[in-house]
Design a binder for this molecule. Structure first.
Ligand code: HEM
Length: 481
């Protein structure tokens, strides 16, 4: 059509010259978002590189990012065919599957509705607004006890206990039950996930140099093992749910998925997910829900012990607005400084520097450039969060930047922080993650003072990965007096 002709006549995005086979891999450093910063200066917000043999369009700047994720979202909502992702649920994965279309949309819609339904399910104890809040509050109090216990011998690495806490929240969410912090099966799954996250940095060479796929690379082996173990674990849980399901009492997301799928639509038809799809949806939520939250918490403790004056401010706000009762999701509305602090962590650390890679679902035009169907797209959230046109002094850590003169949260500035993505592919767990992180941090700081062991030096630079974690460090907790 004439429309198509106009699109294909446009130039491709500019970018550096590339080598055969390796493409620009040698020009991309250990922290790719930093190399991209340099390339953006030269080529502008939208440029193209080759990672190995695969052309990748990198999108920077809030305006171009909004074009891709919101205004022309449908054209950019696919997922590329990446080797690392291919182990997830052979095509049934909500997060990674390359099959973008009606069936995917239905799956995501049902998952979203299931999460909403769950946040309306009543708590067993009367002081919580819902079951989900109850789980988070229970885990938070448990964490306080463990942090105190571990501090008896001085400084300790908080990574393991924090991952267990975050995994327990998502376990309670998915299967209605928590595991003991030393349950073997549970620890096995967490350990595998950890290996997987480490092995699959966003730049797994096998994703970009197809012939490497046929080699027995360690990353591929780890991904395959992880996926199989997680799948076995989840399948067993889902099977149990199908036999004990009661439509009047939704225990968790598995029940909610069965329930929402069975709802009758106006035309009398149902839009149920197959058991296989339910398993893969639970898998996705389980996998997405804890390494992100635990990385976030580890960054938060690290910033709290390296900036004690900020910790004091948060504690003063908790004492004034909450007092001695346990913190709740709803308190987010009143604790403006704490909310500002958490958003500044999202922005400053940008511990998810890129979204999960996207892919064009049809030919598209972006900033005047032609981008053919099936092109891999990287959204540089790190850049958006450090853009000098948007943020004053972007490299300093200043929670106050989000507060207006009367000390209230500046909502329109908060919306410019990009860490959950936007639009069709947006994170399904944003609300939960924000609530969870808030309650865990306020519960800890209400009772404990976090400090660094006096002899330790802190390093705030990240280790690169799909999710970036801080380098290992130690902290020490003491009861507040
Ligand atoms: C996807 C961030 C926690 C469930 C994503 C994406 C990002 C993200 C950046 C990709 C968006 C894109 O590709 O454009 C985060 C952060 C979290 C967090 C920063 C914690 C601080 C959670 C939790 C859940 C969850 C707790 C569980 C309910 C998902 C799912 C997807 C996703 C299912 C896939 C959506 C899709 O492919 O359409 N998240 N997330 N996330 N997240 Fe989260």
């Amino acid at each position: 059509s004439i429309h198509m002709l106009m699109k294909t006549k446009r130039p491709h995005p500019p970018g550096p010259w590339s080598l055969p086979i390796l493409g620009n891999l040698l020009q991309v450093e250990e922290h790719p978002y930093i190399s991209f910063q340099r390339m953006r200066k030269k080529y502008g917000d939208v440029f193209q590189i080759k990672l190995g043999m695969v052309p990748v369009v990198v999108v920077n700047g809030l305006d171009a990012v909004k074009q891709v994720l919101l205004r022309d979202g449908e054209s950019f909502a696919g997922r590329p065919d990446m080797h690392t992702f291919s182990f997830f649920a052979d095509g049934d994965s909500m997060s990674f599957s390359v099959n973008y279309g009606e069936s995917w949309k239905l799956q995501k819609k049902i998952a979203g509705r299931a999460l909403k339904l769950l946040s309306k399910s009543e708590a067993k104890s009367s002081t919580c607004s819902c079951l989900l809040e109850e789980h988070v509050c229970d885990e938070a109090s448990e964490l306080v006890k463990i942090l105190l216990e571990l501090s008896k011998n001085g400084g300790f690495d908080p990574a393991a206990v924090t991952t267990c806490t975050a995994a327990n929240v998502v376990c309670a969410l998915c299967f209605g039950k928590r595991y003991n912090h030393n349950d073997e099966e549970f620890l096995g799954v967490i350990k595998l996930n950890d290996d997987f996250v480490k092995a699959s940095s966003a730049f797994n060479p096998a994703d970009f140099i197809p012939c490497l796929r046929y080699l027995p690379l360690p990353a591929a082996k780890v991904a395959r093992t992880f996926y199989r173990k997680l799948n076995d674990f989840v399948s067993a849980c889902v099977e149990y749910h199908c036999t004990t399901y009661d439509k009047n009492y939704v225990r968790d997301i598995t029940d909610a998925l069965i329930n929402v799928g069975n709802e009758k639509k106006e035309d009398g038809k149902t839009a149920a997910l197959s058991d296989k799809k339910i398993i893969s949806t639970v898998n996705d939520i389980f996998g997405a829900g804890f390494s992100t939250v635990s990385a976030c918490l580890l960054w938060i403790y690290l910033y709290l012990i390296s900036k004690p004056e900020i910790q004091t401010k948060i504690q003063e706000e908790i004492d004034e607005k909450i007092g001695l009762r346990p913190p709740r999701f709803d308190d987010r509305k009143y604790l403006h400084y704490t909310e500002a602090f958490i958003n500044e962590i999202f922005r400053h650390c940008s511990f998810l520097p890129f979204t999960i890679p996207h892919c064009t679902t049809r030919d598209a035009v972006l900033n005047g450039y032609y981008i053919p169907q099936s092109t891999c797209i990287f959204i540089n959230m790190y850049q958006v969060n450090h853009d000098e046109d948007v943020w004053e002094d972007p490299y300093s850590f200043k929670p106050e930047r989000f507060l207006n003169e009367s000390g209230e949260l500046n909502k329109s500035l908060v919306e410019k922080v990009l860490i959950f993505g936007m639009g069709i592919r947006k994170c399904l767990g944003e609300e939960l993650a924000r609530n969870e992180v808030f309650v865990i941090i306020t519960t800890i700081l209400q009772q404990l003072r976090l400090e660094k062991p006096p002899e330790d030096k802190l390093d705030l630079t990240p280790m690169y990965g799909l999710t970036m974690s801080p380098k290992p460090y130690r902290l020490q907790a003491a009861l507040r007096t």
